[in-house]
Design a protein around this ligand. Structure first.
Ligand SMILES: [Zn+2]
Length: 136
């Protein structure tokens, strides 16, 4: 799954829906069970598309996610892109394109900070099905 997806999912355990800690889920670099594995996948670049996504991104959550991947290069504040085709925006949009759309999480785990439930990602697909005891 794309790294972007981490910014759009939260814990699905019912009692977590009101907790501020259910988002973002935390990538676990050190998982013994399913070590994090990333891959690069080429995706056609569209400045408008990346700008549109940027508007919907929860930036503090993205900072959390990228730090968990060991990437500390993002600015602390979300870039303001008024004109996707302005030359000064080209590099930041390309960098975000690479990070959000071309970075694939092949396998790994995402942990909820509220309840501790771990969602595994295998073959690029996150499993959000909950075990029976967690489903109301
Ligand atoms: Zn949870």
């Amino acid at each position: 799954m794309k790294l972007l997806t981490v910014n759009f999912v939260q814990c699905t355990v019912k009692s977590c829906s009101s907790s501020p800690d259910c988002f973002p889920l935390h990538l676990d670099q050190q998982s013994d069970e399913l070590p994090l594995e990333l891959a690069h996948e080429d995706v056609d670049f569209s400045a408008e598309f990346v700008t549109g996504i940027l508007g919907r991104i929860d930036w503090p959550a993205l900072l959390t996610t990228t730090k968990e991947l060991g990437n500390h290069q993002l600015p602390l504040d979300k870039p303001e892109i008024a004109n996707p085709h302005a030359p000064e925006n080209a590099q930041v949009l390309k960098d975000l394109h690479t990070l959000l759309l071309e970075t694939q999480i092949v396998q790994g785990s995402m942990r909820c900070a509220a309840c501790g439930h771990v969602y595994f990602i295998r073959d690029g697909i996150a499993n959000f099905l909950l075990p029976g005891h967690l489903v109301q």
